[in-house]
Design a protein around this ligand. Structure first.
Ligand SMILES: *Cc1c(COP(=O)(O)O)cnc(C)c1O
Length: 447
C-alpha cells in the first residue's frame, strides 16, 4: 500500500477514548457523514489523484516532505475537537502543548528564555520578525539576493526600505558587499538565511556577527528551510559554524512544516528577548481572558490558529525529540548524505554538470550543453522526461554569474539566467533510493 492507512486504527482507538471523556454531558448526537457527504468525499478522492506522489522517494523535486504518521494522526485527533490557539478559551490543552513544542525548537539554538509561537508558515513568521525588527531598530532591511523573495515583499507591506546584498559563488551572502552597504549607513536589520530556498546555501553568519560588532544592526535569521540542520552531524565547516552561532541572533524563523515532519500550516518565530511581547499588546474586547497567564493570542499577529498544529508538533517531539544525536537528527544527516551522493554522481557523470556542492540537502545541476540557452532547453526537456519515468525533479533559474563561477569558459553564456535541475532530498529514504534515481538520470541523458 503506497499510502499509510493503518494509522487510522490508532486514530479510531484514541478518538473513542477522547469521546468517552465527554460522557458526563447530557446526551447529544454528533453530526456524522451521511450518504450525500460520502458521495462528495468520493469525488474529493477522485480529484486528489491529480497530484505528484509527494510521499514517494522518487519525488525528489520541490521542498515537499511527507508529515510523520504520528504528526498526521495527532493532528486529526486534535482536529476532531478543533481547538483554536488564539486564546486559552479556544485551546487550553493545545496552547500548553504549543508552549512546550516551541521551547523545544528554541533549545535547538541554545535559547531557554526566549519568546516564540507557531504561525501559518515561514512567510508569516518572517513578517512578524521584520515587524518587530522595524519597531526595535528602524532602517533598511537587508537580505541576500538568494534570500526568500518574500523578504522584499514583506518589507513593502511593513513600509520598510529593502535592499538585496549580492551573493558569492556558493549562493551565500557576500560579506564584502554587505560591509560596503553597512558603511553607507541607514541599515536597521540584516536577514541571514541559513539554507536558501534555491540552493540551500548558508550565509556566513560568523562573519556577519563580526560586522555587527562594528556597525550595529538587528540580526534576523531565516532558517525556515534549514533550521533543523543545526542538529545534523555531517555539515561542512562553514555551515556548522553558521548554525553554531545562530543563537546570537535577535530572532529566528524555522518551519516545522518544511523539515519538521509537520502538515502545512506550521511555521515558528522565535525572539531572543521576551520583552518584544509588549509590542503585541492589545486590549481587544473580543478576547476573553480566562486566566492571568500569558496566552498566545497576546503574542501573535494572527488571531485564530489551528491548535491541531501545536498538538501534532508536540507529539512528534515526544517521539522524535529535536536534539543532537537522536533519531530525528540522524534522519536529517541521511538527507544530507543523499545529497552528497547525488552530487558525487553528477560530478563524475560525463552527461551532467554540477552547479555547486550542496551545503545542505539540495542539489542543483544541469545537463551538458554548449551554451546557457541550450542547457536551459535541455533541463526543461529532462524535467518532463524524468516525470515520464516517475522521477519528479524541480527546475531552478540560476543567475549566470553563479553558473560562470563554476563552469568558467566551458560554456557560452548567452542568457541572463540558466535553467537548471534541482532536487531537494528531504526524505532519509532518498539515500537508499539513489541508485534508482541515478539509473533513471543516466538512462535519460543517453536517450
Ligand atoms: C519556504 C521558505 C520561506 C517561506 O515559508 P512558507 O512556509 O512557505 O511561508 C521563507 N524562507 C525560506 C528560506 C524558505 O525556504
Amino acid at each position: 500500500m503506497s499510502l499509510d492507512i493503518s494509522s487510522l486504527d490508532a486514530l479510531h482507538d484514541t478518538l473513542t477514548r477522547l469521546s468517552t471523556s465527554f460522557d458526563t454531558l447530557p446526551n447529544h448526537d454528533a453530526d456524522t457523514l451521511d450518504d450525500a457527504g460520502r458521495e462528495v468525499l468520493a469525488q474529493v478522492a477522485e480529484r486528489l489523484t491529480n497530484n505528484y506522489p509527494y510521499h514517494h522517494p522518487l519525488y525528489a523535486g520541490q521542498m515537499l516532505k511527507p508529515p510523520h504518521p504520528l504528526a498526521r494522526t495527532a493532528y486529526q485527533l486534535a482536529m476532531w475537537l478543533n481547538p483554536n490557539n488564539h486564546a486559552l478559551d479556544g485551546g487550553r490543552a493545545s496552547s500548553a502543548m504549543e508552549k512546550e513544542a516551541v521551547a523545544d525548537l528554541a533549545r535547538m539554538f541554545g535559547w531557554t528564555e526566549s519568546l516564540g509561537h507557531l504561525c501559518g508558515g515561514g512567510t508569516m513568521a518572517n513578517l512578524e520578525a521584520l515587524w518587530v525588527a522595524g519597531q526595535r531598530r528602524p532602517g533598511t532591511i537587508l537580505a541576500s539576493s538568494q534570500a526568500h523573495y518574500t523578504h522584499g515583499r514583506i518589507s513593502g507591506v511593513l513600509g520598510l526600505d529593502f535592499a538585496a546584498v549580492p551573493v558569492d559563488p556558493r549562493g551565500a551572502m557576500d560579506v564584502t558587499a554587505l560591509e560596503r552597504t553597512l558603511a553607507s549607513g541607514g541599515v536597521g536589520t540584516v536577514v541571514a538565511t541559513l539554507g536558501t530556498t534555491g540552493f540551500g546555501a548558508v550565509d556566513p553568519l560568523p562573519e556577519i556577527l563580526t560586522l555587527r560588532d562594528k556597525y550595529e544592526f538587528r540580526l534576523h535569521i531565516d532558517a525556515a528551510y534549514g533550521g533543523y540542520f543545526a542538529l545534523a552531524d555531517n555539515l561542512d565547516d562553514a555551515a556548522r559554524a553558521a548554525f553554531a552561532s545562530a543563537g546570537e541572533a535577535d530572532s529566528i524563523v524555522i518551519d516545522p512544516h518544511k523539515h519538521g515532519l509537520q502538515p502545512y500550516g506550521c511555521g515558528c518565530v522565535l525572539f531572543a528577548d521576551p520583552d518584544v511581547g509588549r509590542l503585541y499588546q492589545h486590549d481587544s474586547p473580543y478576547t476573553y481572558f480566562t486566566s492571568n497567564e500569558l496566552h498566545l493570542g497576546e503574542i501573535t499577529l494572527e488571531c485564530s490558529r489551528a491548535g491541531a498544529s501545536a498538538v501534532a508538533l508536540w507529539a512528534t517531539h515526544r517521539l522524535l525529540p529535536p536534539v543532537r544525536g537522536g533519531q530525528f537528527a540522524e534522519n536529517l544527516s541521511r538527507c544530507r548524505t543523499a545529497a552528497l551522493g547525488l552530487y558525487q554522481y553528477i560530478d563524475k557523470s560525463p552527461d551532467y554538470l554540477p552547479v555547486m556542492a550542496p551545503a545542505l540537502d539540495i542539489v542543483v545541476w544541469a545537463p551538458q550543453g554548449a551554451s546557457t540557452s541550450a542547457i536551459s532547453a535541455r533541463s526543461e526537456a529532462l524535467f518532463d522526461a524524468a516525470a515520464g519515468r516517475d522521477l519528479h525533479l524541480a527546475l531552478l533559474g540560476v543567475p549566470v554569474d553563479i553558473a560562470r563561477a563554476h563552469w568558467c569558459d566551458t560554456v557560452r553564456y548567452d542568457t541572463e539566467t540558466v535553467v537548471c535541475l534541482r532536487s531537494t532530498l528531504m526524505k532519509p529514504e532518498h539515500a537508499t533510493w539513489l541508485p534508482e534515481i541515478e539509473g533513471i538520470l543516466t538512462h535519460l541523458a543517453r536517450r
